[in-house]
Design a protein around this ligand. Structure first.
Ligand code: ADP
Length: 329
């Protein structure tokens, strides 16, 4: 955490990186909290590319009407390779200063927070971070905005797949999002009654999966659902299906859930989390605190220095995997 002295008259807000359901609830909370303190708010449209292109728009109370229930982000989001270079971050900082933006709230994932941390270190732009990513892979917070909605979206799809899997005695491999994180896969797997959950950080071999499926078949369990996290590259489920076919002669249907997990109306959990985190992100700046992420631990709202939040990821909870393994018997 860092401290600064400046009085804030205008606040900037932007969403960045992968979009997540609940970002709009966070934006609404940030804007309305700031306005309740007589602070003007400027939107930085489209993340860091918008900061570099001076894509700025004033916001008011009414700009936030009717968005709490909507997925995606009304401020758009984006990625910028240029922002990795200090010379471009200098341009971004100059753009913020020339628009008289005194402090900024960034809603995004760990990549976005790396950019935010650099803006503070290099140009003393006071900035707080609100964790918004479906992956829930940010260190220091129990939950990120969008994770709960994404898990529930995937779960609804898996429940439907289970109906058809059971009717046809089929083996399904369902691929969920999460990049290098096994958080979505482990939650969806446990909640969806999956036989096996493949995650990037816990080694489970195809042979182990085959043994589990065959043991189930021997007990009369004729349909199975395997969950895999996408890993580095979507399509991992096809590789697994091919290996299972070659090694055991078992045919597996593949279903890649893909981008539908990013969209949709946020759950109540995500709306409440977003509303609380967004408000505290503004209050911290008003108290002169920055270079910090707001997060949650249980029911508590906590703060974590951005440097700590970006220092490591989160590993898959192994107890979820072992419990899913026992319960799928
Ligand atoms: P997320 O915030 O969801 O993790 P990304 O990893 O794509 O998404 O990061 C979003 C953007 O943040 C990137 O396109 C880039 O502009 C900026 N960014 C990411 N990493 C860094 C970094 N190390 N330094 C500066 N900016 C970064």
């Amino acid at each position: 955490m860092a401290q600064f002295q400046k009085k804030i008259q205008r606040l900037g807000v932007f969403s960045s990186g992968g979009d997540a359901p609940g970002m709009n609830a966070a934006i609404r909370s940030i804007v309305r909290t700031a306005i309740s303190h007589q602070i003007e708010v400027t939107a930085i449209i489209g993340g860091y590319p918008g900061m570099l292109e001076k894509n700025f728009q004033p916001l008011n109370l009414r700009s936030m009407a009717n968005i709490i229930q909507r997925g995606g982000t009304v401020l758009k989001t984006g990625r910028s390779m240029e922002f990795h270079k200090p010379e471009y971050r200098k341009i971004a900082a100059e753009n913020l200063k020339s628009a008289q933006i005194d402090a900024v709230v960034c809603i995004g994932g760990d990549g976005s927070f790396r950019g935010a941390h650099a803006l503070w270190l290099e140009h003393q732009i006071p900035i707080t971070g609100v964790p918004g990513t479906i992956d829930n892979d940010i260190f220091g917070t129990d939950n990120t905005i969008g994770f709960d909605t994404a898990v529930n979206t995937a779960l609804q799809a898996i429940d439907k797949i289970r109906d058809t899997a059971a009717s046809h005695d089929r083996l399904f491999i369902v691929e969920v999002m999460g990049r290098n994180s096994g958080l979505i896969a482990s939650h969806v797997g446990l909640a969806g009654g999956a036989e096996i959950i493949f995650t990037p950080d816990v080694p489970i071999t195809v042979d182990q999966a085959i043994d589990k499926i065959k043991a189930g078949q021997a007990r009369g369990k004729m349909s199975s659902i395997l969950i895999t996290a996408e890993g580095q590259k979507p399509g991992r489920a096809y590789d697994l299906a091919e290996q299972i076919r070659k090694k055991a002669g078992l045919e597996a249907k593949v279903c890649i859930l893909g981008h539908q997990q990013r969209g949709g109306s946020p759950t109540a959990f995500d709306r409440v989390l977003a509303s609380r985190l967004g408000s505290v992100a503004v209050e911290l700046l008003l108290q002169g605190q920055c270079d910090i992420m707001v997060g949650s631990q249980g029911e508590q709202i906590i703060t974590v220095p951005l440097e700590t939040a970006i220092s490591k990821g989160k590993s898959t909870p192994r107890d979820y995997l072992s419990l899913a393994n026992i319960l799928a018997n």
